[in-house]
Design a protein around this ligand. Structure first.
Ligand code: PLP
Length: 489
């Protein structure tokens, strides 16, 4: 197969060039029936391929033509046996992975710092999560991955688990020893499902961590749109045959997917795959060099620390992605959020995320030294403004405790509930998910016991201006908990 080809994109263009008379949806009919301002803004090229699954254009639900060819090329590029395109992001692909291997009551081993799509998948599937504590980094206030030893212990205790889910690499670009985790899980004949939302590019350069498929994992949900050059919302689900059936994955993905799949998104996956396969290595080479230069420059700035390879060496920090710049700002006695706002207001710079202690900036093939120099310049100016920082107390890193699970998330989700003031919720079972977004990692999921420590952590984040998402009551004055039935006196 030639990775130069883009059967899906080329097929769409060829169809559009025939200038068909369309008596089908979308009703805007190549933009002609659409609001003029939007039509002119978005452009006729895009609108000419905003199509629906008429016969010549294949069908994502039963691919047999140009979509199948495009998926086969992607499978070859990603080293998978099968690749499925997702127009519902990696969230849709993650739900598919979990629901493909778990039935109600089945156990799945997952790190506690999962993305909310994993919690949703657990609720939908009715699976019982067996949580593994991720390694917590007390210096940075973030969690890393899970270790092969922890996976082994979890599997010894639960050899009947139907899957092990691993986040690799993490949002911050830290990778675990995935190959070893796969070996451990496969010794128990348990498939490994990888949340590879932040790692589409790692497959294409040998100086980046091993990709899920390279490590021998069974399934990987991979956000091509995040770091692989396709359009927002487009992802892939890669499958290695053996422990998981591709027919089952196709069926579940189809159940969870709109019947009106966007061909603009699908075409962008086809072309992103071509670019990654043909030019990925060379583009990433430049990106890694640019990111390393930026890292060095940031580390020259007093009060700032940009994480590098010295973070490696613990069991959960086996490898890292140098294109991710985690900048610890706590020595400036500012929160990451304050720095995010300062950069926006003074330099038009938008970071990927901020938390209490850090900002995260991504360097991709879309950057040049002009952008990275602006970032360094801005950080220099900010650090200089904070010269009195030594006199202040540096921000103290706190990492939230992982709550105990009292009910399965699905049981909790469907239980009788009541709303209580947040403080009175301490000791009760949460019926809600609460997370800091980004990265969307839960402080509580439904079924967990609310602790004082976690309520304090929520308040710290709210006070710092960081968004706590998920609760019905956005002010968080109250929280929904499982109703308790007390004995009558
Ligand atoms: C770790 C992790 N997993 C999964 C997802 C979901 O990806 P998507 O936004 O493509 O649905 C995200 C998104 O931020 C994420 O950070």
């Amino acid at each position: 197969m030639s990775q130069d080809r883009t059967p899906l994109f080329s097929g769409l263009i060829a169809h559009a060039e025939k200038d068909p008379i369309q008596f089908h949806i979308p009703g805007h009919k190549k933009g002609k029936g659409m609001d003029k301002e939007f039509r002119e803004f978005i452009g006729e090229n895009t609108l000419s391929i905003d199509m629906i699954n008429i016969e010549p254009l294949d069908d994502l639900h039963h691919p047999q033509g140009i979509i199948k060819e495009a998926q086969d090329l992607a499978a070859e590029a990603f080293g998978a046996d099968y690749t499925f395109f997702s127009v519902q992001g990696t969230s849709g692909a993650i739900m598919t992975m979990v629901m493909s291997v778990c039935q109600p009551g089945d156990k799945i081993i997952v790190p506690r710092n999962v993305h909310k799509s994993v919690t949703s998948a657990i609720i939908f599937s009715g699976a019982t999560p067996i949580f593994i504590h991720p390694e917590l980094d007390g210096q940075l206030g973030i969690s890393h991955g899970i270790t092969p030893e922890a996976v082994n212990r979890a599997l010894q205790a639960h050899p009947d688990a139907k899957g092990v889910l691993v986040i690799n690499p993490t949002y911050f670009g830290i990778a675990a020893d995935l190959k070893k985790i796969v070996e451990v899980a496969h010794d128990f004949h348990v498939p490994v499902l990888v949340d590879e939302a932040h790692g589409v590019h790692i497959h294409f350069h040998e100086h980046l961590p091993l990709s899920a498929m390279q490590a021998g994992a069974d399934l990987a949900a991979t956000s091509v749109h995040k770091l692989g050059g396709s359009m927002t919302q487009s992802s892939v689900l890669n499958l290695r045959e053996g422990l998981v059936s591709h027919e089952r994955v196709q069926a579940v993905l189809s159940m969870l997917t709109t019947t009106s799949t966007s061909y603009v998104l699908l075409a962008s996956l086809d072309t992103a795959r071509r670019q990654l396969a043909i030019k990925g290595k060379e583009m990433l080479e430049r990106t890694i060099i640019l990111a390393q230069e930026t890292r060095l420059a940031i580390n020259e700035i007093p009060g700032l620390y940009c994480v590098g390879k010295e973070i490696l060496g613990s069991d959960a920090t086996y490898d890292y992605d140098p294109t991710k710049l985690i900048v610890s700002v706590k020595e400036l006695a500012m929160t990451g959020y304050d720095v995010e706002v300062w950069l926006r207001e003074h330099y038009r710079i938008e970071v990927e995320l901020s938390d209490l202690y850090n900002i995260l900036c991504l360097v991709t093939p879309g950057d040049t030294s002009e952008e990275t120099e602006s970032l360094v310049q801005a950080l220099k100016e900010l650090a200089a403004l904070q010269t009195d920082r030594a006199a202040r107390q540096p921000v103290k890193v706190k990492v939230p405790e992982i709550p105990l699970l009292a009910l399965s998330p699905r049981e909790a989700f469907y239980s009788e509930t009541e709303v209580v003031p947040l403080d009175e919720g301490i000791g009760r079972i949460s019926a809600e998910s609460l997370m800091i977004y980004p990265p969307g990692i839960p402080i509580f999921i439904p079924g967990e016991i609310i602790t004082e420590d976690n309520v304090a952590y929520i308040r710290d984040n709210l006070d710092a201006g960081l968004p706590v998402q998920g609760p019905e009551d956005e002010t968080l004055a109250t929280i929904r908990v499982i109703k308790e039935h007390r004995a009558f006196k």
